[in-house]
Design a binder for this molecule. Structure first.
Ligand code: CP3
Length: 338
């Protein structure tokens, strides 16, 4: 009889586990064959908004790869959609908003979040919890990363309009951050109530900010989000990329776990973030090379840890779409055997 594998949750609480738990950001969807088949028939938003299909996509990596946690198949843009924003997800591009925020008065157009707007997500979570033998991680985009899509209207690599708005309209910026933060707290509480056993906040693009700007324009809002979830008693994961220069501030939140990318050595990061649990930080691009190179990358990560307690193996960002899933499976087995 199979029993529940709670190693990922125990690692979040810094408890000892018999092997290091591993899961992958963007493990649901992207590279897996079952998902690719479904995508021939449905667009991404339809998949995320159809509970039976979304649950099927979330389950695929558990069955195929043997990872120690499931992540809800959703997208960070589902929250803005629930707040009345028109979002399209365009193949090979990403989220597009035809009517982005360009002036302070646009912020007021965001409607307050209501749980009733994401009934489909609650249903997906319930379906997953009845099937899963590993913990289910819920998630949300962080206010900066969400704001970057709302203001740019499309994926950006420079975030010029976002920063321009932040510098030129600080009052409207803080109102936007506050509006999003309040919504994020209820959005994550709704996921937890439906059955999510841990939550991750994705601040994928916040590493583009100077540390002093991060402290002034973003950090107080993120702190409020994690503090607002304190009473939920589920592990909270704070993830960002390019955060090496922000780390002291980035980790200055009440989250239990800090998600790191590969641009930082774990032993150095640990000195800065202290007692918190670390999640990361293999470069997902290494999966496009051979097994020997991949295993050397894993070895280097374990060598840079003083203790395996309080560590969850992951990539430093999402699985790349071209990744061969047999290699992902080998990686899971290799980490479990370490
Ligand atoms: O992690 C998972 O497996 C769960 C599913 C998930 C999706 N989006 C589904 C999706 C998660 C956790 C996200 C988060 C997300 N979405 C982030 C933060 C994480 C990150 O990668 O930095 C961001 C920035 C987005 C916005 C977004 N959605 C982009 C930039 C894109 C296009 C590029 C891409 O392939 O990721 C999307 C579309 C999207 N969301 C896809 C999936 C599986 C691609 C769909 C496809 O083309 O099949």
């Amino acid at each position: 009889m199979s029993t529940f594998n709670d190693r990922s949750l125990r690692a979040c609480r810094s408890e000892q586990t018999d092997y290091t738990p591993i899961w992958f950001m963007r493990q649901a969807g992207r590279s897996l064959p079952g998902y690719r088949e479904l995508r021939k028939k449905y667009d991404v938003l339809t998949l995320t908004q159809t509970p039976e299909l979304a649950a099927q996509v979330s389950l695929e990596p558990i069955e195929r790869l043997g990872v120690d946690a499931a992540i809800l198949f959703a997208d960070i843009m589902l929250l803005p959609i629930a707040m009345g924003v028109d979002v399209r997800i365009v193949d090979a591009v990403g989220p597009i908003i035809d009517d982005p925020i360009t002036k302070p008065s646009d912020v007021a157009k965001l409607r307050p979040f209501e749980a009733s707007k994401i009934g489909y997500l609650q249903e997906t979570i319930r379906l997953l919890r009845s099937d899963l033998k590993v913990p289910l991680i819920g998630f949300s985009g962080a206010p900066f990363t969400l704001a970057s899509y709302l203001i740019e209207g499309a994926p950006s690599r420079t975030w010029t309009k976002t920063k321009q708005f932040m510098y030129a309209e600080p009052e409207a910026w803080h109102l936007l951050m506050e509006t999003l933060s309040t919504a994020i707290i209820s959005y994550l509480k709704t996921q937890i109530k439906a059955g999510a056993q841990a939550v991750q906040l994705f601040d994928s693009w916040v590493g583009c900010l100077a540390p002093s700007d991060y402290r002034e324009y973003v950090l107080p809002h993120v702190q409020k989000i994690f503090d607002g979830l304190e009473g939920e008693h589920v592990p909270r994961i704070h993830f960002g990329t390019n955060t090496a220069g922000l780390l002291q501030d980035f980790a200055n939140v009440s989250a239990e776990v800090i998600g790191l990318d590969w641009r930082v050595d774990l032993d150095r990061a640990k000195l800065i973030i202290g007692n918190k649990v670390i999640q990361g930080n293999l470069d997902p691009t290494i999966m496009l090379s051979d097994t020997k190179t991949i295993e050397a990358g894993v070895d280097r990560i374990f060598d840079s840890l003083n203790s395996r307690q309080g560590f969850i193996f992951n990539f430093g960002h999402g699985v790349l779409p071209d990744t061969d899933d047999t290699k992902l499976k080998q990686l899971v087995d290799y980490v479990h055997a370490k």
